[in-house]
Design a protein around this ligand. Sequence first.
Ligand code: PMP
Length: 348
Amino acid sequence: MNKIEALVRPNIRALCPYSTARDEYQGALGIFLDANESPYPTGWNRYPDPHQKALKAKLAAIKGVPAECLFLGNGSDEAIDLMFRIFCTPGVDNAVAIDPSYGMYNVAADINDIEMRRIPLGAEFSLPAEELLAAADAHTKLLFLCSPNNPSGNAFPTEALESLIRRFPGIVVLDEAYADFSAKGSLRGRLAEFPNLVIFQTLSKAYGLAGLRLGMAFASPYIIRLMSMVKYPYNINQSTQQLVSEALDRPIDAQVAEIIAQRARVATALPAFAFVRRVYPSDANFLLVQVDDADALYAHLIADGIIVRNRNRVTGCAGCLRITIGLTSENDRLLQSLQAYEKGDIHR
Ligand code: PMP
């Protein structure tokens, strides 16, 4: 058994997965009396492809990875849960994560009864590599990293990530949900160098498809096979497979460039307000902003019809709001509302 196989839960290593009716017949034409479907066409009366072959081929070409290194999930949230179910024995194993980061890592750990060791980011939200390594013991299976990180917005230096992935004794999950907005790019082209690396990306951010729920994981063919065995057989529904495939024909570059330009514009405008203490540098499609009274500003914005995320009570984020970059007109409205707040014209 190699080092990666040894990290897998014994019951998953031994799993005999469900085989769908369609696994036994690959052709497209025929009379399908195998899956107890309705024969009456509604547009949706047939089960979707459980292996998402056509969509995977298209996404693999776009992302420049072999299709056998790609898993598709019902959002990245499905892939997060699968990591615990594949690698961690409930009540026995543990995982390590940076803090603050995306809240679902902790929720999925709790649901799966896995201890999560949360390690605070260093100064200026830097990667606490030595502390993350020191937190691992013989029962540590997973390390969750997120770059660019939510909610701090910064991407970690590639060399720091590489060295941590090489040294960490378990699986490293690197969530790149916001990588399309970052000049640091992605590590997905270098999977062959890191057998313990699983990269998550999503179509919910730069691709504008949050409503369709499509998350991607990039990893070695062995880890992707495990994820495919443990997922629900038809985890990506037919409409998502079709609509995502169509959407992928429309380029996103201009919109991503516009978001990045608007991010610079809002980041430049915010420090002019007296109540803004700090705008953190961002490699993502949002800004983390520290203000004098985060709860009061949050309440004002809500009362003015502008919803942001209050991160005031999150580790290392005291006084902070997380503001997503919207359309130019929406960002204009945000800045107008902040002007009103500064002048004392406070919505309650
Ligand atoms: N990862 C990160 C870091 C996120 O911030 C989010 C959503 N806020 C997700 C994953 C969720 O992605 P999905 O919509 O694909 O489930």
